[in-house]
Design a protein around this ligand. Structure first.
Ligand code: UD1
Length: 421
């Protein structure tokens, strides 16, 4: 992957028009890649893998454990040998919270794992307690020692695990652990995200009889070993939403191609409620707007609710609505930090606890702003596209974790963008 720029200069005010292809889902590809660890002397081949910094971090992590990863275009081949290392390196794990997804498969397959507590986007406290409690219920011995998780087990045992919250990562980790456990595991109050269903599909292709994915109870009967498989990563609904909002916020019309609208109902419903016109044709979705949006209320929730990963982008669009909007961030306890940067461009937003009250303004002015995390960075780019004059968006390394070809895609829609560094 080429070195990506840290700073983007955007001349706002151009209405974006055109069609972009949707990349493969980052949040589906990461757990699926981690599932390769469950193989012994086997190969997981994947199609539709997006080329992103987070995906490269997972490649490095799997390689460090002993797998051999070949990533070519959007095809990936992960060869997993008989023996794997069980210590994960701190410098890779700290780069990305999703590194924790190797914990379940490592313990299940190797009987041991050492995982320094992971990093990633700073979105409030993001503990791993649900993951660890679930693994303990399956018989793993878990200790927290000097900032790292030490997990050890003989063969894990199937168990009934009720999650306190439908955590995406905990559901994924426990599904992977259950695949090699002895007996049947029930994950109750499981996450229902499409990315969970994608992981389940690929586990099934590897020989694991997973049932109930996409519902709140997932049932997995463990098997002694899994086999090589070839799977496909689903399209990225968060990337697609970001481009649809780019069309709406600039009062243009953007079509995203290669995704089913069924994945995006909550987002499309809210855009329509705010006055955008949504058109669905086969695997293409178009969002357009030719005037200001109306103020609306949005609450982020686990799937099928409105995704927290689209909250900053939706907030960007609502800064220019007529009237007042309310956004309640209920998934993470500190995911409203982007608001200070929004205000530099003239947005009017008040925050009370995890609720943002947005008073729409008729126009935004270009400014120099900095990304604090992946989706906040995407939202600042959207604001800059809509603002009058020139904006500089810096700290783009956050954005490259999740958007492949962003500059080229936006330019193809008519955006005026240059970059540095
Ligand atoms: C995944 C996504 C992330 C998305 C999030 C919510 C990936 C790689 N990342 O993150 O983009 O924003 O889902 O849709 O797929 N929690 C605990 N204890 C735990 C686990 C989670 O308290 O053990 C809390 C978190 O702090 C948060 C909430 O549960 O408040 C949801 O987190 P979770 O669904 O686990 O998010 P991730 O899997 O980390």
């Amino acid at each position: 992957m080429d070195t990506m720029p840290e700073k983007m200069i955007i001349r706002g005010g151009t209405k974006l028009h055109g069609t972009v292809d949707v990349q493969g889902s980052k949040n589906a590809a990461l757990p699926v890649m981690a599932a390769s660890i469950l193989l012994k002397d086997g190969t997981l081949s994947l199609e539709g893998v997006p080329d992103l910094h987070d995906i490269r971090t997972m490649c490095d992590l799997l390689s460090d454990l002993g797998a051999s990863v070949v990533f070519n275009g959007h095809s990936m081949k992960i060869d997993v040998p008989d023996k794997l290392k069980t210590d994960t390196p701190v410098e890779l794990v700290r780069k990305m919270r999703a590194s924790s997804l190797v914990l379940g498969p490592l313990v299940a397959r190797c009987g041991r794992a050492h995982l320094p507590l992971p990093g990633g986007c700073v979105l409030g406290s993001r503990p791993l307690d649900f993951h660890l409690k679930g693994l303990a219920k399956m018989g793993a011995d878990i200790e927290l020692r000097s900032g790292a998780v030490e997990a050890a087990a003989g063969r894990l045992k199937g168990a009934t695990i009720t999650l306190d919250y439908p955590s995406v990562g905990a559901t994924e980790n426990l599904m992977m652990a259950a695949a090699l456990a002895e007996g049947t595991t029930f994950i109750e109050n499981a996450a229902k995200e499409p990315e969970i269903v994608n992981l389940a599909e690929i586990l099934r292709l590897m020989g694991s009889p997973v049932r109930g994915d996409g519902t709140e109870t997932i049932r997995i009967s463990g098997v002694p070993s899994l086999h090589s498989a070839t799977g496909e990563i689903i399209p990225d609904r968060i990337e697609a939403a970001t481009y649809l909002i780019a069309g709406v916020i600039t009062r243009g019309a953007v079509t995203v191609k290669g995704i089913s609208a069924g994945f995006m109902e909550a987002i499309l419903n809210k855009l329509e409620e705010a006055g955008a016109a949504i058109d669905i044709f086969g695997d293409e979705i178009t969002a357009k707007s030719d005037g200001p949006l109306k103020g609306i209320t949005v609450k982020t929730l686990p799937y099928p609710g409105f995704p927290t990963d689209v909250q900053p982008q939706m907030m960007a669009a609502l800064t220019l609505a007529s009237g007042t909007s309310v956004i309640h961030e209920s998934v993470f306890d500190s995911r409203l930090l982007h608001i200070n940067e929004f205000k530099k461009m003239g947005a009017k937003i008040e925050v009370q606890d995890n609720v943002a009250i947005i008073t729409g303004v008729p126009a935004l002015a270009g400014a120099e702003v900095c990304s604090s995390n992946l989706r906040a960075g995407a939202a600042l780019i959207l604001l800059a596209l809509a603002a009058d004059g020139e904006s500089t968006v810096c700290d783009l390394h956050h954005v490259w974790r999740g958007y492949e070809g962003l500059i080229e895609k936006l330019r193809s829609l008519g955006a005026e963008i240059s970059y540095q560094g």
